[in-house]
Design a binder for this molecule. Structure first.
Ligand code: UDX
Ligand code: UDX
Ligand code: ADP
Length: 464
């Protein structure tokens, strides 16, 4: 029997877009996205979705109320479903064994326990959150230990590779879908059922099946290798600044080798996002637990290089401003971890803002999609600062870049939003303190034009 009813636990950046696209492409399947958070579900059912993703509004508008539902009724959604995606958050542990590195599986475990409590018929349970290798086994252990008579489970691993800001396109045109399952008749049957969902819009050759552990490790490996490319080019950006080479020219030359390829070679202030750092820390922790310290140290270096890059950039700002920021106003353009998203998780802008605040600066922030409340939370939570009031009185958030930059000594570009390229920098210059500085952490601006206006300009991987 084919899948008629899907439920997804977790209405976040992964669960929401993934299930919306499944609903769009599989009109005969009822898809319910269930979350514990009443607020989140209310937002998914409103005109303003809880996440900004180009193209997502259209998809949701087409399907919501027809075959796509957002609900807080987790029990009912599980009861009805033939297949359940677990798409809950997997933050890094903040306490105990593996603190700061291991994945905290409490939400995954919570989801598995609810399924075990509620299910009354056979279910295919699909692990979609990024989870450390062997998490499927933990899910299986919980489900099997609490199994009711007449109920069987098949557990599959189906890691998600969408990137934020391009989620809908990534889902519609996925390079590949990975499905890991048990190599038994029932396991293969479950894998086939999940394949048939994706085959509604993807060619079979793009759907790759493998054993569960390979599938789980592939997700960590893909993110680790993508982040490694960024750390590699960022490490070379330091060499460029020291020698007079231009990292964009180096990246272009290197990327033309088809064995290397041109993507993910954009030097920057550093990578952010909810996945790269978390997944690598996880990989490092797993390697240590497997008694592979050399492997752990190798991957840790990708994180260390990213910290170094962020530090190098802020040091450049401080040094250029005569080694003192006390009493100065600095405008931060962009707070999201990349363009076309409102997400700020692990955003390099947080590091930049915190460092400038610690140096005594007042900061004026503009981002087209990040909410004021989010910025406030990111800069004043206890992990970032000890005295939130001291920070708060020096942070102001604006809804346009012109007022944000007025009376500032410097502008710091932290996110590569397209709209920053075409701002009227002449007008902005007129309203800034002099000498006026621009630090382009994303290499998106026309540096020569800015120098001609009168700015002092610095960027990554190139001496100007
Ligand atoms: C290399 C570069 O490829 C070439 O562009 C440069 O001009 C000279 O150095 P070469 O050393 O001749 O060429 O061979 P290459 O095919 O790069 O292999 C180098 C080594 O890496 C070999 O020992 C090869 O067996 C090994 N290798 C290569 C792997 O172990 N795995 C791979 O996936 C690829
Ligand atoms: C990443 C993976 O790309 C995706 O496959 C996985 O499912 C989740 O993690 P995401 O974090 O959403 O996606 O965005 P991504 O485009 O990978 O960018 C991550 C960070 O790297 C951003 O801060 C981005 O600005 C930075 N980056 C990316 C660079 O600094 N240079 C680059 O060349 C590419
Ligand atoms: P991701 O980026 O991986 O999608 P998010 O943090 O955006 O992660 O979303 C995860 C969602 O999962 C949150 O909205 C959270 O409320 C939800 N969640 C956590 N545990 C459960 C659970 N047991 N059942 C349903 N939803 C859950």
């Amino acid at each position: 029997m084919s899948i008629k009813n899907i439920c997804c636990l977790g209405a976040g950046y992964v669960g929401g877009p993934t299930c919306s696209v499944i609903a769009l492409k599989c009109p005969e399947i009822k898809v319910t996205v269930a979350d514990l958070s009443k607020d989140r579900i209310a937002q998914w059912n409103s005109e303003k979705l809880p996440i900004y993703e180009p193209g997502l509004d259209d998809v949701v508008r087409k399907c919501r109320g027809k075959n796509l539902f957002f609900s807080n009724n987790i029990e009912e959604s599980i009861l009805e479903a033939d297949l359940i995606f677990i798409s809950v958050n997997t933050p890094t542990k903040i306490n105990g064994n593996g603190k700061g590195r291991a994945a905290d599986l409490k939400y995954v475990e919570g989801a598995a326990r609810i399924i075990a409590d509620v299910a009354q018929n056979n279910k295919i349970v699909v692990e979609k959150s990024t989870v450390p290798v062997r998490a499927a086994e933990s899910i299986a252990n919980i489900l099997i230990a609490n199994q009711k008579p007449g109920v069987t489970y098949q557990i599959l691993s189906n890691p998600e590779f969408l990137a934020e800001g391009t989620a809908v396109n990534d889902l519609l045109n996925a390079d590949r879908v990975l499905i890991g399952g048990e190599n038994t008749e029932a396991g293969r049957e479950a894998v086939e059922k999940l394949c048939s969902i994706y085959e509604h819009w993807l060619p079979r050759k793009n759907i790759v099946t493998m054993n569960t552990w390979s599938s789980e490790l592939s997700k960590l490996a893909a993110n680790a290798m993508l982040a490694q490319r960024i750390s590699s080019i960022n490490s070379l950006s330091a060499v460029c600044e020291a020698t007079g080479a231009d990292v964009s020219e180096v990246a272009r030359a290197v990327g033309l080798d088809s064995r290397i390829g041109s993507k993910f070679l954009q030097a920057s202030v550093g990578f952010g996002g909810s996945c790269f750092q978390k997944d690598i820390l996880n990989l490092v922790y797993i390697c240590e637990c497997l008694n592979l310290p050399e492997v752990a140290a190798y991957w840790q270096q990708v994180i260390d290089m990213n910290e170094y890059q962020k530090h190098r950039f802020t040091t450049k700002i401080i040094e250029s401003c005569f080694n003192t920021l006390s009493g100065k106003k600095i405008c931060i353009l962009g707070f999201a971890f990349k363009k076309n998203t409102g997400d700020t998780r692990e955003s390099p802008a947080i590091h930049v803002a915190k460092t400038l605040l610690d140096e005594g600066a007042s900061i004026k922030i503009y981002d087209p999609k990040v909410d004021k409340e989010q910025i406030d939370e990111d800069l004043t939570n206890p992990y970032v600062c000890e005295n939130p009031e001291n920070y708060r009185k020096r942070i102001s958030i604006y809804t346009d870049p012109y007022t944000a930059s007025k009376d500032c000594h410097a502008i710091v570009v932290c996110t590569e939003w397209d709209e920053f390229v075409d701002l009227d920098y002449k007008k902005i210059y007129g309203n800034m303190m002099k000498p006026a500085y621009i630090f382009d952490g994303r290499k998106i601006l026309d540096h020569q034009a800015l120098i001609n206006i009168g700015y002092h300009v610095q960027t990554i991987g190139k001496r100007l």
